[in-house]
Ligand binder design. Structure first.
Ligand code: FAD
Length: 375
């Protein structure tokens, strides 16, 4: 273990929506950013995972991006933002202004490589956050509480399918997709039943030579906004049950269905969104469908979702036999000084916002257990 030279009260890992929301609430409660409260992010710029999203993604194409708490007092609202600019740029700019306005002093790029329990005598109960900066210099910070808000972008999930290594074309996951023009004139297979897959299929229309869409689950479209809201609530409850039980998290989309926007309806009318059952294998130049057809492919895009990026928490041994971690109301059950913001039921921009308040309140209770003015 590296010796921790710096001692702080709280380290927040990740400056996306979840991390910034928690940090803002803690700062408002009196913790000094940069001294009591340190926010670390391994990415070079502001915006959390949004800074890496593809060129064509615009705010409002898929879901709504909720404002951070503290944005309104600055007169900033995503609903008023320019919807013609890439969401990547708009979110990065808004978060930058947010961080500057509130003087949150995020340290970046600083990657957290490990979180461990302090093992020295006076470290009883503290956690040590090990880091690596841009120059590869290792560091360590001792914290009374760690809030992990590392999102999912770093751990895209790609299912195992026979022949994956045999395919000689290009394979990429959602994090590698930049622009439809990269696939001009190509036969493209898109895999995945979520909004990213649909976005890619719509963008590739008229640019790729052909597209085919394969999903592992039957695609359920959601036409009725009222039913969609009910389904979303049920899907979040499902996530919560899984997090509390330490199971791997179910897909949100499998619970909510895919909302049919006017853009999606136009794509359906053009025959672009006909999902086929998952293919059975890849070979050198394509895929073999469940009905035995060989589909030629120059590229396979795996838009097959993400998993929580918790690799740096491995030294805490949080994983259960069911493959998840036990998280109740944003707090790890196995390590009470660790909070997971934006995890499971909190994994949307609105969920991450709410998490900020709830987690900050619990963090303050850990820092000052006898202070009953903390509500
Ligand atoms: P992130 O934004 O991923 O932030 C995590 C931060 O942690 C990153 O900045 C990362 O650099 C940092 N980090 C990770 N690991 C480490 C480490 N080891 N050390 C240091 N730093 C680290 N939600 C919506 O509500 N509306 C939408 O329209 C929407 N669209 C989406 C589109 C796509 C393609 C995807 C994948 C997700 C979308 N979501 C949407 C979900 C959305 O991304 C999240 O709700 C929210 O933005 C996630 O915020 P976060 O803070 O949890 O994670």
């Amino acid at each position: 273990m590296i010796r921790a030279a710096e001692r702080v009260r709280v380290v927040v890992i990740g400056a996306g929506q979840a991390g910034l929301s928690v940090a803002w609430h803690l700062q408002r409660a009196g913790l000094a950013a940069g001294r009591d409260l340190v926010v670390l992010d391994r990415a070079p710029g502001t915006g959390g995972a949004w800074q890496f999203r593809w060129d064509a993604l615009r705010l409002g194409i898929a879901h709504r991006v909720h404002d951070l708490p503290g944005m309104h007092e600055m007169g900033l609202r995503f609903d008023d933002a320019d919807q013609t600019r890439p969401a990547r740029d708009v979110v990065a700019e808004y978060y930058r202004r947010f961080e500057e306005h509130h003087d949150l002093r995020v340290r970046r790029p600083v990657a957290v490589t490990a979180v461990r329990r302090a093992d020295d005598q006076d470290g009883a109960g503290a956690l040590v956050v090990e880091t690596r900066d841009e120059q590869g210099v290792a560091g360590a910070i001792r914290a009374e509480v760690v809030v992990n808000a590392s999102g999912t972008w770093g751990t895209p999930f790609v299912p195992w399918v026979p022949g994956r290594d045999a395919f000689r074309g290009r394979q990429l996951d959602t994090t590698g997709y930049r622009d439809a023009s990269d696939f001009a004139g190509q036969d493209v297979v898109v895999v995945g039943g979520g909004t990213s897959a649909i976005g890619f299929l719509l963008e590739l229309d008229g640019i790729a030579r052909s597209t085919r869409w394969f999903t592992r689950r039957h695609v359920v479209w959601s036409e009725d906004p009222a039913l969609a809201v009910g389904a979303a609530v049920a899907a979040v409850e499902d996530q919560d049950r899984a997090a509390r039980a330490g199971r791997t998290l179910p897909s949100i989309v499998s619970g909510t269905g895919l909302p049919v926007s006017p853009r999606i309806r136009r794509g359906m009318a053009r025959g672009l969104l006909e999902a086929e059952p998952m293919f059975t294998r890849l070979d050198a130049d394509g895929v073999r469908t469940a009905s035995g057809e060989h589909v030629h492919a120059d590229a396979v895009i795996w838009a097959t979702g993400f998993r929580a990026d918790l690799r740096h928490l491995a030294p805490l041994h949080l994983r259960t036999e069911s493959g998840g971690v036990v998280v109740e109301d944003g707090r790890s059950s196995a390590e009470p000084r660790l909070f997971l913001a934006g995890y499971g039921p909190q994994a949307s921009t609105i969920g991450a916002n709410r998490a900020g308040r709830r987690i900050a309140r619990q963090v303050l209770a850990v820092l000052a257990p006898d202070d009953d003015t903390v509500d």
